[in-house]
Ligand binder design. Structure first.
Ligand code: GDP
Length: 295
C-alpha cells in the first residue's frame, strides 16, 4: 500500500513533538525538516515539498498553536489540513453532460492502465444504474481492441469497434450508436504510446476538437512517481485534461505522484486504481487519503 514509508516517518517526527509538551519555534522547524525529508523520500516533487512545509510552518508559528494546551496535536492537524488541500481539498466529480450521452475521453501512455480503467469506470457507472458504452479508439494495435473486448465482457459493457480505421470516425459513429441504443455514457479508449510524441498529441487533439468530450481523464501509473507527474503536466499543457486516474496505487509504496500531481498540474485526481481486478477502482477523496497517511 502507498505511503507506508511516509506514514512511518511522519509518525516518528510527530512522536518527538508530542514528547515535548510545550513547543518552541525551533521544535516546529526541526519537525518540519523531518517532514520535508520524508516527503522527498516518498518521491514528492521538490518544490511541492518545500511549499508544503513552508505553509505548515507559517500556520503553526504564526497562530496561537504554540501557546495552546496541545501544541503537537495542533501541528498534526495543520499537516492533515494541508495534505488534504495539497491533494485537492475535496473529491472532484465527473462532469456529466445535460444531453445524452456524456462523453469521457480516456488518454495516457501505453501500460499506464488505460484500457483496464476504461472497463473499471464502465463497471463503476453500471453500479450507479447507468448504461456505458466502451469505444475502441486505440486503433494501432489489434491486441488493444481485443483487450478492450475482453474487459468489456467481464464488466458486462458493450464495446463499439470498427477495426483499425480513423478514431474520429469511430468515435462519431459510436456517439450515434449510443443515442440509438440508449447508452448514457460513452467511454473512448484512445491510443497510447510508449512516449509522448507529436503524432499522439495531434490525434488526441483532433478527437477532442471533433467530439468535444465532457471529461478528459488522463491515466497515469503511480509507480512511475515523478515521471507520472511530468506526463500529466505535458498532457495538460498540450491537450488540456479535466482530471487524473492514478493507477497501481496498490503497488506504489511511496506515493509521490499522488501527493504532487494536483499541485504541479492544477488538475485533480478523480479516481485511483487499487489493483488488477475490475472492481479495484475508488473515487479519490483527499481528506480520507490524508487521514490514511497520518495513520
Ligand atoms: P494500457 O496499455 O494503458 O491500456 O494498460 P492496461 O490497461 O493494459 O494495463 C497494463 C497492466 O497494468 C495490466 O497488466 C493491468 O492488469 C495492470 N494494471 C492496471 N491497473 C492496475 C492497478 O490499479 N493495479 C495493479 N496492480 N495493476 C494494474
Amino acid at each position: 500500500m502507498a505511503f507506508e514509508g511516509l506514514s512511518d516517518k511522519l509518525s516518528a517526527a510527530f512522536k518527538k513533538l508530542r514528547s515535548k509538551g510545550k513547543l518552541s519555534e525551533a521544535d516546529v522547524k526541526e519537525a518540519m525538516r523531518e517532514v520535508r525529508l520524508a516527503l522527498l523520500e516518498a518521491d514528492v516533487n521538490y518544490k511541492v515539498a518545500k511549499d508544503f512545509v513552508k505553509s505548515v510552518t507559517e500556520r503553526a508559528i504564526g497562530s496561537d498553536v504554540l501557546t495552546s494546551l496541545t501544541p503537537a496535536q495542533q501541528v498534526i492537524k495543520i499537516v492533515n489540513d494541508e495534505l488534504t488541500t495539497l491533494m485537492g481539498a475535496e473529491n472532484s466529480r465527473i462532469n456529466f453532460s445535460s444531453k445524452i450521452p456524456t462523453i469521457i475521453m480516456m488518454c495516457g501512455l501505453q501500460g499506464s492502465g488505460k484500457t483496464t480503467h476504461s472497463a473499471k469506470l464502465a463497471k463503476f457507472f453500471k453500479k450507479q444504474g447507468k448504461r456505458p458504452l466502451l469505444v475502441a479508439c486505440d486503433v494501432y494495435r489489434p491486441a488493444a481492441i481485443d483487450q478492450l473486448k475482453v474487459v468489456g465482457e467481464k464488466v458486462g459493457a458493450p464495446v463499439f469497434e470498427m477495426g483499425q480505421i480513423d478514431p474520429v470516425t469511430i468515435a462519431k459513429k459510436a456517439i450515434s450508436h449510443a443515442k440509438d441504443y440508449g447508452h448514457d455514457i460513452v467511454i473512448l479508449d484512445t491510443a497510447g504510446r510508449l512516449h509522448i510524441d507529436e503524432q499522439l498529441m495531434g490525434e488526441l487533439k483532433n478527437i477532442k476538437s471533433e467530439l468535444k468530450p465532457n471529461e478528459i481523464l488522463l491515466v497515469i501509473d503511480s509507480m512511475t512517481g515523478q515521471d507520472a507527474v511530468n506526463v500529466a503536466k505535458s498532457f495538460d499543457e498540450a491537450l488540456g485534461i479535466d482530471g487524473v486516474i492514478l493507477t497501481k496505487l496498490d503497488g506504489d509504496t511511496r506515493g509521490g505522484a499522488a501527493l504532487s500531481v494536483r499541485a504541479v498540474t492544477g488538475k485533480p485526481i478523480k479516481f485511483v486504481g487499487m489493483g488488477e481486478k475490475l472492481e479495484d477502482l475508488e473515487p479519490f477523496y483527499p481528506d480520507r487519503m490524508a487521514s490514511r497517511i497520518l495513520g
